[in-house]
Design a protein around this ligand. Structure first.
Ligand code: LLP
Length: 433
């Protein structure tokens, strides 16, 4: 069992989070229920900013794609972090939450004309340009708007981090960024510095997600710094910023061994300093963009156990009232999670069961071979580390309304995303006359 943040087993033998018994949360808000531990979330923000700030000029920009809502953007703002966004929707949420536009970094491989225009008008701090088409388009939009926009270029350094194929992004054969080894990246720099309305402030790369080997980050940082040196030598241009993306791995299951954020900070910051000293380059400001490592461990999902089925000599299935609609990661990536029975959290796990979701699809399995105390209908299942990429990736498959999300802190629980109703499901439906 891996209890993060304020999670603990209380004297009733129940799982508690944010000072509240999870069975009380279920009574009040129902299931499925996403819960975010505010203190845990804030603590995660701080452990990254402290680690990086202690080693030099840096900014932690929270990757809002992992979990984005008005309340979450507000907390990130209060923690003094920057924000990595990837769409007009995330931008709109951030602005409505009062997030300072100057601290927003806009990513994406196919930002639309509308999204770019919106970003420029809001005064977004930096747009991370992904390809030649966007470079030209953004320059044109800024010309029409009469504005100069700070940009970074997204570079694909050719680093293959050890992670699931779908969430690897730094390798050469990727839809993202300007590839470094074939000279595209240098061509992009030359083009960018000659635009009339764009101000190239730095370079960005992101090598993947759920990465444990700090060596991958050290390597990509070194490649990027070497490239900065090459740029200076060729055209005398110095970058102010190096953004090395997100991807810091977290604990989901036995065998996952996340490093201390200080190790990530060291592998990046020391490499930057070393390379700068060697080459006489000014030390750039370093930006990192952790998403999962901030939101993931701070979240749990609560489900109610319903039906079960035993296949003699083979397997026992226990079904819950959610599944791939509120957490598509197991079905999509074969992602693994740990869980416990929140109302029997002090009892030993003696029965091996497979936790099935309720969607009409055989692949809707949340957790295979979980060890639980004997589970009965009405028991509460808590799945850990579900703060990242669950709500953010959720859907209404099978017309399931999305669960509510509750923020808990010191005995107080606030709904930050309302549970969808059947009426919500019909909100955009129309029948032609
Ligand atoms: N920066 C950029 C440019 C990114 O593309 C991403 C994630 C991040 C930062 C944040 O990465 P993190 O620190 O959260 O690993 N849906 C997948 C993860 C996709 C990540 C996409 N980009 C999953 O559920 O595992």
């Amino acid at each position: 069992m891996h209890l993060a943040g304020t999670m603990r087993i209380n004297s009733s033998g129940h799982l508690e989070i944010g000072g509240i018994d999870t069975t009380d949360l279920v009574k009040k808000f129902g299931t499925p229920l996403w819960i975010i531990d505010e203190e845990g979330f804030r603590q995660n923000c701080r452990s990254f900013s402290n680690a990086f700030h202690s080693l030099g000029d840096s900014l932690v920009a929270y990757a809002s794609k992992s979990l984005c809502s008005l309340a979450i953007c507000r907390i990130v703002k209060e923690e003094g972090l920057g924000l990595d966004i990837v769409s007009g929707g995330e931008l709109y949420t951030a602005i409505k939450a009062g997030f300072p536009a100057q601290k927003i970094y806009f990513h994406g491989n196919n930002k639309s004309i509308e999204e770019l225009t919106m970003a420029v008008r809001y005064g977004v701090g930096c747009i991370v340009v992904d390809n030649f088409y966007e470079l030209e388009l953004l320059n044109k939009i800024c010309g029409q708007e009469g504005l100069t926009q700070d940009i970074m270029l997204r570079i694909t350094p050719g680093v293959e981090a050890h992670t699931h194929e779908y969430i690897q992004t730094g390798q050469i054969d990727s839809k993202f960024g300007f590839t470094l080894p074939d000279g595209q990246a240098m061509q992009a720099v030359l083009t960018a510095v000659n635009t009339t309305n764009l101000n190239l402030i730095g370079l960005h790369c992101h090598i993947g997600s759920q990465i444990f080997e700090m060596e991958s980050f050290r390597y990509s940082t070194a490649l990027m710094m070497n490239f900065m040196v090459e740029i200076k030598e060729q055209i005398g241009y110095e970058m102010k910023v190096l953004d090395i993306g997100g991807g810091f791995g977290i604990f989901y299951k036995t065998g996952d061994e996340p490093c201390d954020p200080r190790e990530w900070a060291e592998s990046v910051m020391l490499t930057v300093r070393e390379k700068a000293d060697e080459s006489g380059l000014k030390v750039p400001r370093v930006i990192i963009e952790p998403g999962r490592a901030i939101s993931g461990p701070a979240g749990i999902t609560l489900y109610t156990i319903g039906s079960w089925k035993k296949i003699l000599g083979l397997r026992k299935y226990v079904s819950v009232d959610g599944g791939m609609a509120d957490n598509p990661r197991p079905a999509l990536y074969g992602a693994e999670y740990t869980c416990l029975l929140a109302n029997k959290a002090d009892q030993p796990g003696i029965e091996k069961v497979t936790i099935a979701g309720k969607c009409c699809e055989s692949g809707d399995m949340l957790i295979r071979d979980a060890k639980l105390p004997p589970a009965e209908p009405g028991d509460i299942l808590a799945v850990f580390a579900t703060g990242a990429y669950t709500y953010a990736m959720s859907g209404n498959y099978n017309r399931l309304p999305r669960p509510a999300m509750v923020l808990v802190k010191q005995g107080k629980a606030d709904v930050i995303v309302r549970r969808e109703t059947y009426e919500d499901l019909l909100r955009n439906d129309l029948i032609p006359e």
